[in-house]
Ligand binder design. Sequence first.
Ligand SMILES: [Zn+2]
Ligand SMILES: [Zn+2]
Length: 552
Amino acid sequence: MPKLKNNDLYFLPLGGAGEIGMNLNLYHYNGKWLMVDLGVSFERTLGMDVIMPDPSFIEERKKDLLGLVITHGHEDHIGAIPYIWHLLRCPIYATPFTAFLIRGKLREAGLLSQAQIIEIDPGDDVILGDFDVTFIPITHSIPEANALRISTPAGVIVHTGDWKLDTDPRIGAATDVDLLKSIGNEKPLALICDSTNIFSEGRSGSEGEVKDSLIELIKGQKKRVIVACFASNVARLQTCLEAAEETGRKIVLAGRSLWNMSDAAVHSGYFQSNKNFLKDAQFRNLDRHKVLLVCTGSQGESRAALSRIANGTHPKIKLEAGDTVIYSSREIPGNEAAIHQGQESLLDQGINVITDYDDMTHVSGHPNQDELKDMYDWVKPQILIPVHGERAHLREHMAFGLAHGIPRALAPRNGMLINLSIKGGPVAEGTVEHGRLAVDGTAIVHVKGEHIKNREKLASNGAIFITLVFNKKNNVLIPIDITIVGLPDIGQKGSLLSDLQYIVQEDVNTITSKKPKDDDYLQERLEQSVKKFINGILAKKPIVSIHIVRHS
Ligand SMILES: [Zn+2]
Ligand SMILES: [Zn+2]
């Protein structure tokens, strides 16, 4: 761990620098830390449901952690709170809509009564030690997204969080451009900025355009209409409400997260009430031309409503030929196969499918290149630190910023301790402990832990379990108990099992004739010989586990 200079301002990402997801950012000044966001990854792997950043570095310094400031309520910014907050136990600062979502998560984890959640209204600020943090309203695909102005004696930072520019966002405040411009007059030190859409030219488009287009599309349908979108996109839900009203349809919600979000929207005053939304049980009572169903599952998630509707296993909702499903979302990279499988299944049943490739059904919540240029012009930072992107996004964003007037830039990596105060900097002064944790069933584990490595090996190479039982005379009982898991049944003389029976028996006799009762030796030699045999015949390296039982 490099020594931190008290009068210098540092930025340290533990997640979100090199991936889109699991954001965890730290700032350090004068011996104290400020944390911004604590999210999960969108990835899922090897049976692990939730992947998130390893907070060990800040956990070891939690007495110097002033608080956790949350930019907005998306999962990649708040999703790890119920799993990690109890390790840190710092106060949480968020605007009311986001605070409502965080409370729901902590309640479910049984931690709500222990946590201190302080609501900050958009536009207000909070002073945490030497850090003065202002919540700047900014547009994104969820209400109450905020950029942060973080002012310290060593300089001012603008941490954008996720953002875009939209003059007609439908719900919530538009970006506070005047406030951003006024920060530009303070000569801020650095802009820590969203890189998600750095490869997209022009502008990301407006929610208002999606509204007009969706209403036209729904007007053109004679049978049932289903709109699949991200639950957190409350503006899209509002658009669906307006479209339902204009086309004389009733709106039905399917998916628990949609209800959670509409509760949060009612709580924060974005919706007057939930009474315009019907439960999925009422779906079957509505005439086909009188229903607009809004559901989750636009990414092909197997347990979400749309997937169950597509494969006919949803208990309350059945579609028929002639109905129409509108995907009001984009395909997140990695989900394409699952999404297309669902779409194929709908098409096979004669159901129409409309996606954002066919029509204007979605706009991104992140800034395209022209929006980024606007941000640079308003804020006028000395330094650009691109975040919220894969390595390629961060490098491209760094080059883009340098080409558009920002004097200096650095593409960070998770764990990189960056000194923003050094003249001519930023300078990476070292790397601290970082990594990934995962929720694996009920346990929280290191993604690189031994048991996960074994699971990976098991998934790609299978396993062989052999139990040897010796009688009192030191003879092995025949047949030897062998279980083969996840390997093809191909052998030299018939089946893999009979080959193994033969080889193991021969080997046991040879090995025990040299060292009759040395079980460790037998285990080791037998394991090597089975591995060698399988590698020779199948070119696979399975897990081989030998158990020896002796009757005394
Ligand atoms: Zn977001
Ligand atoms: Zn995000």
